[in-house]
Write a protein that binds this ligand. Sequence first.
Ligand code: SAH
Ligand code: SF4
Ligand code: F3S
Length: 462
Amino acid sequence: MMHQWQFLCENRELLLHRMGHTPRAFVKTFGCQGNVADSEKIMGMLINMGCEQAEDEKQADIILYNTCAIRENAEIRLFSMVGELKRLKQANPSILIGLCGCMMQQDEVVRQIRKSYPFVELIFGTHVLHTMPELLNRILRGERRVVNCYEGEGRENRIAEHLPIQRGQGVQASLQIMYGCDNFCSYCIVPYVRGREVSREPEEIIREAKEIIAMGYKEILLLGQNVNSYGKGLEHPINFAQLLHQIEQLEGDFRIRFMTSHPKDCTRELIDLIAQSKKICHNIHLPVQSGSDRVLGQMNRRYTREHYLSLIRYAKEKMPDVTFTTDIIVGFPGETYEDFLQTLSLCQEVRYQCMFTFIFSPRPGTRAAQMPDPVPYKEKTKWLNELIAAQHKISEEDNRAMEGKVLSVLTEHPAQDREGWMVGRCENGMIIKFPAKDVRAGSFVKVKVTRGLRSEYEGELA
Ligand code: SAH
Ligand code: SF4
Ligand code: F3S
């Protein structure tokens, strides 16, 4: 990053010269929280180059799309949105359009963009995000197009620290604790586009956590594709539970959440720690993907239905108030209706607070994309709807059962649809709305649930 600072400074002058006014930058983020965190770093670097944040593409001199490759429809949408930027560039040739993120780690995508979208000047992958100032500098010095999606030897084992971060305005701050993924679930593109798993040094994480707390954020969201395997490969051994323990020892009034946990690496030590902690939320995102052992095997998830359920039972025993959320893939290649019914019954047993459901999308280069997939999409949609309907019923029942309970709530912002009401997030992860006149955003308050709806509560200050 030291090397990049000189470009940050140079770009200030060059950008001002090219635009003729204070440059405005717009970064649009697709995909997961990891991409959101990356965009905060990109924006942090742009602000350090003298940019202001623009509201949308039309107001911007620099437009960057931080892309996601997880499912095909994300890609299709991206191409059509980039196509629309052409008109902006034609109207004002000095604006600068760039693409980055996971899609730029795929050769085929980069080839297509090079060929069909000549107005995209800057293209860079996830591994070289921190070199953005240097890449931009080359454009500002006259290169027509700069592409760097190279994943060089040795490069992926190093983490660029000390990037400036432009954090969001809310009460929650993200903190990336690791990058990449080694799991190679057979359907998933992430290990290909994000590279091997690398953990940040605990000292760096603690330093950033202290910074976040000092800035006044009230919730820290620890991020990684598989936080449960944090620490692998570090010189001084440490695991995720130990890291969490260090963070919760920090002074201050804040909460901790984390995602994503992989069930194969979720330990009882971790569950015990969460149960004892006053700061770690009793709300765990534990994606199961499928309830059928046969499908789980084909997915290369490396746990069984029974192992998963035993973790859930253990957590519920230790924390009667614990809530779970999950991700489910419906219609994995070769999945039968009987397999699907196993997923349905697992969901009915766990009773998730909410779930993120996806129909399988073949990703080029992954193992699952080669597997025979005889079930028609329409049929998969029917299964998906059946699952969603079952989940709605569970959410409605369980949320109604919360009526009368008093929960710890972190207030987020005034409600848009109701004068004098506040929106907050309960410790258990649920959104709650309640009348509150003199409560500031970012306060911890006790709220009694008065109405449990399908996806939120209503309440009153207790
Ligand atoms: N690391 C996380 C998941 C990250 S991707 C984990 O292991 O749980 C987020 C979710 O997208 C996954 O949990 C999965 O449900 C879904 N997903 C990933 N690849 C997919 C594909 N090819 N088709 C459909 N859904 C997919
Ligand atoms: Fe993808 Fe599996 Fe890694 Fe999650 S754990 S990012 S689903 S390969
Ligand atoms: Fe998408 Fe990349 Fe995240 S593929 S889900 S943005 S790691």
